[in-house]
Design a protein around this ligand. Structure first.
Ligand code: G16
Length: 539
């Protein structure tokens, strides 16, 4: 039944910040998924005795791609696949299943927060036995393999029925279909104080969770409405749909508009939250109030003692360089380890494995802990609910009290999307060359303290990664420039701005950052070079 099929390489199968992401129309080309998967299998080498976890966020082509992966895994000698029922599994749940079963890795079929459907994006995230996504050293090898691939192996059998739980054998490989929600729920119950959160709802607390028609719907219904007793209707858009029902499952102030409008209306619930396509991102809202992901990480870290699983102490905390410095002040106050890594959750994995950190987070709506090796949307929501249950305070009060204690990092990200790749690359190169001349200069009343590329030297595997350019001012303000690594076409230039104030705690973030924005544009020449005088997305 095993066939060897001749193929020719695609030249665009280089993984980005988190796996391979391309337009669905590109991925559905004959042999596209096959080439990519065979390249991974070739790089792994001997697959005999190995177990992998497979699932996805249910987007268009999830069902087709998963069948290909099953048939190819069997043909390549994989011993066992653990698959989410109907091919569904969130990214955090997948990480948990890998770790719990001591599997050799896993594949989550998702383009994360990117839109889905035939005209949207598709993607494949590949994790190893750590439960986290592979380091760049391995993804580089896989990319080289994709450029040289000549054939792939596949079992010539009918599609497998993925709706029945249980074990079966195909082509000499074992398949176990599991309930993707069960293990995840059990893990959350071990971390948080479910009875305190349950009491909160019994006392009339209200929430709205927007699953954005993506993978977390079934998890959220089970946990929030089922176990914790949130009123029926608290979870909305909970049916995972191939095109996310036309929603763009990116939980931020722009794309989670339905939730944001509701939370800023008269009818607002006490608490609002959303997750992204594959359930690793989160957005936290109070009544008429938005918590930036950078502040959320700082607040979560400051409150670790309120959570059963962390109350005895945490190792430390890490953030991506582009994330605001709010959590740095918390780490100093608690005298715990503090690390700054490049953008990409995979950079946290070594720090967690070596017990250097417990919590980590990113400005891109990702927060998580060492319970798994991916960011975790529902975990972050439960963390906030647990803080609220333990303190009896609102989201806004918790955040404002945090600012009183530590000061406030005003923080906004500006995305310039759909830029010609050559223009974006040249802009970053020229900018980097310019940075060494900037220190000491005064612009718009701000003095530049230092400027340069962000280079991370991993303390565990000693690899070195360069990602983004940073300008720091003498008052603690910062500008970070990066090219996104999660787009499916063209380039997106991200500009992250931050300004710290110890005393001015209630200003409008955009007003606070007016001058810094002007400086960021003047130095980079983004408007002149891209023709864009306004960012496409401001979050
Ligand atoms: C991925 C990574 C994150 C990263 C984000 C944004 O998230 O896992 O670590 O912060 O992309 O990356 P970029 O700025 O390069 O677009 P996800 O949720 O898309 O998998």
């Amino acid at each position: 039944m095993i066939q060897t099929i001749a193929t020719t390489p695609f030249t665009d199968q280089k993984m980005g910040t988190a796996g391979l992401r391309r337009k669905s129309k590109v991925v559905i080309q004959p042999n596209y998924v096959e080439n990519f998967m065979q390249s991974i299998f070739n790089v792994i080498g001997d697959l005999h005795g190995k177990t992998f976890v497979v699932g996805g966020d249910g987007r268009f082509y999830n069902d087709k791609a998963i069948q290909k992966i099953i048939k190819m895994a069997a043909a390549n000698g994989v011993a066992k696949l653990i698959i989410g029922q109907n091919g569904f599994m969130s990214t955090p749940a997948g990480s948990n299943v890998i770790l719990k079963n001591k599997a050799d890795g896993g594949f989550i079929l998702s383009a994360s927060h990117n839109p889905g459907g035939e005209n949207g994006d598709f993607g494949i995230k590949y994790s190893n036995a750590s439960g986290g996504q592979i380091p760049s050293s391995i993804s580089d090898k896989i990319y080289q393999e994709t450029l040289n691939i000549k054939e792939y192996k596949i079992c010539n059998i009918d599609d497998i029925n993925l709706s029945e739980l249980g074990t079966q054998e195909i082509c000499g490989m074992q398949i176990e279909i599991i309930d993707p929600v069960k293990d995840y729920v059990e893990m959350m119950q071990k971390i948080f104080d479910f009875s305190a959160i349950k009491k909160l709802f019994q006392n009339g607390f209200t929430m709205r969770f927007d699953a954005m028609n993506a993978v977390t719907g079934p998890y959220a219904i089970k946990i929030f409405e089922g176990i914790l007793g949130a009123p029926k209707g608290s979870v909305v858009n909970y049916h995972p749909l191939p095109d996310f029902g036309g929603l763009h499952p990116d939980p931020n102030m722009v794309y989670a508009k339905e939730l944001v409008d509701f939370m800023f209306s008269e009818q607002a619930a006490d608490f609002g939250a959303a997750n992204d396509g594959d359930g690793d991102r989160n957005m936290i809202l109070g009544k008429g109030f938005f918590v930036t992901p950078s502040d959320s990480l700082a607040i979560i870290t400051d409150n670790f003692k309120l959570i059963p699983a962390y109350k005895n102490g945490i190792y430390g905390v890490a953030k991506s360089a582009a994330t605001s410095t709010a959590v740095e002040r918390v780490a100093q106050a608690h005298n715990i380890g503090y690390y700054e890594v490049p953008t990409g959750w995979k950079y946290f994995v070594n720090l967690m494995d070596s017990n250097r950190i417990t919590f980590c987070g990113e400005e891109s709506f990702g927060t998580g802990s060492s319970h798994i090796r991916e960011k975790d949307g529902i975990w972050a929501v439960l963390f906030w609910l647990n803080i609220i249950a333990a303190t009896g305070k609102s989201v806004e009060d918790i955040t404002r009290e945090h600012w009183q204690k530590y000061g406030r990092s005003y923080y906004v990200r500006f995305d310039f999307e759909g830029v010609d790749t050559a223009i974006a690359d040249k802009l970053m190169l020229d900018l980097e060359n310019k940075l060494s001349q900037l220190p000491g200069k005064t612009m718009e009343g701000f003095i530049i303290a230092d400027a340069g590329a962000f280079v991370y030297n991993d303390p565990v595997d000693h690899s070195s990664t360069k990602n983004g350019l940073i300008i720091r001012f003498t008052d603690g303000s910062r500008i970070v420039y990066r090219l996104s690594g999660t787009g499916s076409s063209g380039a997106t230039i991200r500009v992250y701005l931050e300004r710290y104030s110890k005393t001015n705690l209630s200003a409008d973030p955009l007003k606070m950052l007016t001058e810094i924005f002007k400086i960021a544009m003047a130095i980079s020449e983004i408007p002149e070079r891209t023709g864009k005088h306004k960012a496409d997305v401001v979050t």
